[in-house]
Design a protein around this ligand. Sequence first.
Ligand SMILES: [Mn+2]
Length: 475
Amino acid sequence: MLENIQNLVVNAKKAADVIKSFSGRVRIISHYDCDGVCSAAIMLRALVREGKEFHLTLVKQLSDNLIREISHEENGLVIFLDLGSGQLESIDKHLLSEEKGSRIVIVSDHHQVQGEIQPALERKIFHVNPMLFGIDENVAGAGVTYLIARAMSPVNTDLSELGIVGAIGDSQIGSIGENWGLFGLNKEILKDAEKAKKIKIEKGLRIWGRRTRPIHKALEYSVDPYIPGVSNSESASVQFLQELGIELKRPDGTWRTLADLSEEEQQKLASGIIKERIRNNEEHPERIFGDVYELTDKKEELRGASEFATILNACGKTGAGYLGISLCLNDFSSLDDVKARLESYRREIGKGLSWVEKNSDAVKITENASYIRAGAKIPEYIISNVTSIISKSNMLPPKPVFAFVDAEEGMTKVSARAEDSLVKAGLDLKDIVASAVAETGGEGGGHSGAAGATIPREKEEIFINTVERLIKNRD
Ligand SMILES: [Mn+2]
């Protein structure tokens, strides 16, 4: 493992040297989600520190068309962040082939590698991806980009916190036994962030809105951990806290937050939540504690790393990734705009969840998996969030969840999620989705617990049948 990481770091150093010695405007294409926004912010700051110019575009996905467009631009160095590894053939064909002159391409990504570069063109591409070295989990696109930035200059270790936020945005808070926290390469990056005094680690209840929401609101909106009978209901949350004897307000009448609770109150609340979870047969009732990461250089309401990751997803996915990047780089002038976006984003996710709850006829549950056919009822840009939340809640049986929604141009976006316990038992959604896509056409990829695809809409049934067969016949 250590050797693999060293190889990855050597690879990152090569890419860093290419960037440093390049003169001219750097063309950057990054993914529009939290991880992509963090990746872009890291690269921008590193480039500015080198006195370089850049032109950045954030995109939902890297299509053949986009790659072709970039090939028509005057650019000597193209950097792909949090995407690109799945489009090597297209990059080879449109950006590297001989008549394109001396263009160099850097791919900094953590997604599955697809396609190949012709050996003759290999010297023109620097592909930094942990998967090439057998590291297939626990580092995000932002972490990989951070390794490049760190290799450019040690000054850039102050960007390590963004590597962590990207990982959190990509749902990489994993577990080590009872102890929740980031591990693997993420843990290394976390050490840099602690050393640079950018992140403080505390232990606490892993509930969203620790510093930003009234306690009863935080419980009402909590989906991971899910609190049966309390999540989704304001009055039930208030009653739950009152029964535990926890004051909702401060002496001055303002709402208390989870961060205000005394040690003893935290214990009381925790055992109350665990009891509810046991009573409702939640799989790991005790998994409500974890490392809570505080971003020390952000404004008070942006300090919770999970909350910050959600904010960046909200900005990026609603077409305002530039606002997310400013926040990453500590420009808080657009905070009001950001808050409004966050609220509407969360509202959309909430609407998506209640649509699934109310439309059980759109959910097909088989022995092997659950399938949600939402058509145009849930927007494409939040379906991965909705699917993640559903797979972590007890809304559906403990099986992999596949959600289908309409995408552009007659295509269907598929989002697949499986809980940790299923992944540990050997389920690999990345493989399943890849095989299903081989049957339906389209494209797909991801990780063992979270994968996605875009397929022709008329092939949904074929996709489902293939998944059924694959899960059933799994050893
Ligand atoms: Mn990513």
